[in-house]
Design a binder for this molecule. Structure first.
Ligand code: HAM
Length: 421
């Protein structure tokens, strides 16, 4: 019997969960400033939502967790964009929301990849989709949100890599050029690249197997096939990034692993030498034809997704001061058969808004003082059998010697008084 987490998945234990809360707080603050609204879509969708016709990406072709129930095929979401656009179309939000509609989402995604540091089979993305307005400045603004989050997590060793895939015309011309170029090398390409050659030759440039083949270097460059419009669009994106002080590097080889992109694509990568497979913190781009795919109108969108495991791990590497568990306001020590009184006092305190904990089993005084200390209690209440009979307690400030006697029902009022000072 194997009672372990499946390969590529992990537990977040209580002593690590604070890190997640910290990231979630930063994200909540940033999405508020940028005025994004949260959307929650199902963790699984009909397979056809992800497996779009003629899709050439590894994600769709190799990595999806797909299962059938009766005659229906479902897939655990490998990414968030498809579900958000599906929802945008299904609920006709393009008619009811002011555009651009700005969505954000956070949650688990599932890809059957080879696990390693920074690459899991269940991982968590924070992502945004900004739908309905096409403007180069909006591309820059979208990148800025991701960049701000990365910076707010104290990660400074990053670079923004950016490229354009151009408009339909640019890509069609480029596709032909690539087909022509790779035709004589077909027998030297891996089996996957044969499929890519037919479906989307752009993806050959991204192949991990054929990456070092000598003929890869001489492949045509998309920048030579861009239309004047596409060039101008990209130029404006870069100028907007300059204007808001976001440094970038143009990476002509950046094509991204998903099929739906047009125009701007970007990835923000860690430049730490030890970052390995987790180097890409977030990636995204613009899509001109995704909204119409699920039956919506012709409408462009742009988005990105951050891998939160990578974000947290890099933030930790760069020394981000993750918050520690909060201490207790009051610890209640019980000596003898007094658990009921301990419980009453603890509940009284909690109902007045204090963080309180008490000892509900018989334990020695020393061990209980140690617990209070470990839990960083500010105040300590001690109830012995005599006090329980009298309806009183002993009260002291942690670390101080003096104790005073209080009526049981006065404890929270007394703590309140002390906290006022
Ligand atoms: P993606 O590049 O496939 O894009 O994933 C975005 C981020 O998710 C990556 O940069 C990485 O941080 C994280 N990630 C991806 N796969 C894994 C994995 N196996 N383990 C850990 N982290 C991972 C998308 O998913 C697009 N939906 C982004 C987007 C939104 N484009 C437009 N809108």
């Amino acid at each position: 019997m194997n009672y372990q987490t499946p390969r590529g998945t992990y537990d977040i234990l209580p002593d690590e969960v604070n890190r997640w809360h910290d990231v979630e707080r930063v994200i909540a603050e940033m999405t508020k400033r940028y005025r994004y609204q949260e959307i929650r879509t199902p963790y699984f969708e009909a397979t056809s939502v992800f497996a779009r016709e003629n899709d050439s990406s590894d994600m769709v072709n190799k990595e999806m967790y797909t299962f059938t129930m009766g005659s229906d095929s479902y897939t655990l979401r490998p990414e968030g964009t498809a579900g958000v656009i599906r929802a945008f179309d299904q609920h006709k939000l393009y008619g009811s929301m002011e555009l651009p509609a700005r969505f954000y989402y956070m949650g688990a995604m599932f890809r059957h990849e080879r696990p390693q540091k920074g690459r899991q089979r269940q991982f968590t993305q924070f992502g945004v989709e900004n739908i309905g307005i096409k403007s180069p400045e909006m591309d820059a603004e979208t990148i800025a949100l991701g960049y701000d989050i990365v910076k707010a997590m104290g990660i400074s060793s990053v670079k923004v890599c950016i490229n354009t895939l151009g408009d339909d015309e640019s890509r069609a011309a480029y596709r032909n050029a690539l087909k022509e170029y790779f035709a004589p090398y077909l027998d030297q390409l891996c089996p996957d690249c044969h499929r890519r050659y037919e479906q989307n030759p752009l993806r050959i440039l991204d192949c991990k197997v054929d990456h070092d083949q000598p003929f890869m270097k001489g492949a045509p460059k998309l920048s030579d096939y861009l239309t004047a419009d596409a060039k101008e669009y990209f130029d404006r994106v870069l100028k907007a990034l300059d204007a808001i002080g976001i440094p970038y590097e143009i990476d002509e080889r950046l094509v991204r692993g998903l099929d739906y992109y047009t125009h701007t694509v970007f990835e923000v990568v860690s430049t730490r030498p030890d970052s390995g497979a987790q180097a890409t913190i977030f990636g995204g781009g613009r899509y001109d034809h995704f909204v119409e795919y699920y039956g919506g109108p012709e409408m462009s969108g742009i988005g990105f997704a951050i891998g939160l495991e990578r974000l947290i791990s890099l933030a930790a590497d760069e020394g981000y001061p993750f918050s520690q568990e909060d201490g207790l306001d009051v610890y209640v020590i019980g000596l003898g058969e007094v658990s009921r009184n301990v419980l009453q006092v603890v509940q009284q305190l909690r109902h007045e808004g204090f963080v309180a904990e008490g000892n509900l089993v018989s334990r020695g005084l020393k061990a209980q003082f140690k617990s209070a200390d470990r839990k960083k209690a500010k105040y300590i209440v001690i109830i012995g059998e005599q006090e329980a009979m009298d309806g009183t307690v002993n009260f002291k400030v942690a670390g101080e010697k003096e104790q005073m006697t209080l009526k049981m029902e006065e404890v929270s009022a007394h703590v309140k008084e002390l906290e006022k000072k």
